[in-house]
Design a protein around this ligand. Structure first.
Ligand code: URA
Length: 268
């Protein structure tokens, strides 16, 4: 077995929790993709789309600039009560030219302390999922529906396990930021991680009914012309609680890989 295949097999091993799944996934095997995905066509810089106008493509440098400006706005935002209790806002991070974007629900304890998305235990699993696809975190963009830590006990941001899902009001209040990030990055594909992101971005239905299909993303603030596809899968935190769902999550990612033209090999 070649070294690269051995490395991949090792990655899959860590992605999976039990022997049956491990056996399955190593047999399915994914080929390593190029370190970075092909660069998108360069376009003339343009402002983010106005409502009902096609979202313009934005050049590489301009994307980074608009994302940085959006991040500044997020860091200053006090529009909902989460602004008053956060330690750090978590705008998102990654490749402004990413073809693939992962969107979770909202920062947890670790993210609130460090200002970066998906860096706690669930984030470590997300990194393994990305690597199992033959990519790495630098290739993709990672963000959340809400940018500040929703807490059960809003008086104690130093308590672990004090996380909750964002409320519909909090999501509505923060929505303009994720819509702007999507419109600027204009990825070809988005993975909605968990029911909160899936319901907010696809439609109000159960995660179970939304999984397994590829949708055209529609935003209120920008006409994406059907250029951005979205799928839903389990949130990595849910996979940590229910490792037997990892096999289904891997099926979701393989569906996406086939759609993206990333190779999913049947052999090692
Ligand atoms: N869960 C999320 O939804 N997002 C994060 O950034 C971390 C955990």
């Amino acid at each position: 077995m070649k070294k690269e295949a051995r490395d991949l097999a090792r990655e899959f091993k860590t992605f999976l929790a039990n022997n049956e799944e491990e056996d399955f996934i190593i047999k399915a095997g994914a080929a390593k993709a190029p370190a970075s995905l092909p660069a998108p066509a360069k376009e003339i810089p343009a402002e983010t789309a106005a409502p009902a106008m096609p979202a313009p493509a934005v050049s590489d440098g301009a994307k980074a600039k608009i994302l940085a400006e959006t991040a500044d706005e997020i860091l200053r935002c006090q529009k909902c009560p989460l602004g008053a209790t956060r330690i750090k806002a978590v705008p998102g991070e990654g490749n402004p030219d990413a073809k693939l974007m992962f969107i979770g629900e909202g920062p947890g304890f670790d993210e609130d302390h460090q200002g970066r998305p998906f860096i706690g235990r669930a984030g470590q699993l997300l990194t393994k999922m990305i690597e199992a696809m033959g990519l790495n975190r630098d290739d993709v963009y990672i963000a959340n529906m809400v940018k500040c830590h929703p807490m059960i006990d809003a008086t104690d941001n130093e308590k672990r396990g004090n996380d909750r899902a964002p409320s519909p009001d909090e999501i509505a209040c923060c929505r303009k930021f994720i819509e702007k990030q999507i419109a600027v990055i204009r990825p070809e594909y988005i993975v909605a991680l968990g029911g909160v992101a899936a319901k907010s971005l696809i439609r109000d239905a159960s995660l179970t009914s939304l999984r397994g299909k590829i949708y055209d993303l529609e935003l209120d603030s920008a006409n994406l012309n059907g250029d951005v596809k979205i799928i839903a899968t389990y949130h990595p935190a849910a996979l940590l609680r229910n490792p037997n769902w990892k096999k289904d999550a891997w099926e979701d990612l393989k569906m996406l890989m086939r759609e993206m033209g990333l190779s999913v090999k049947k052999d090692r």
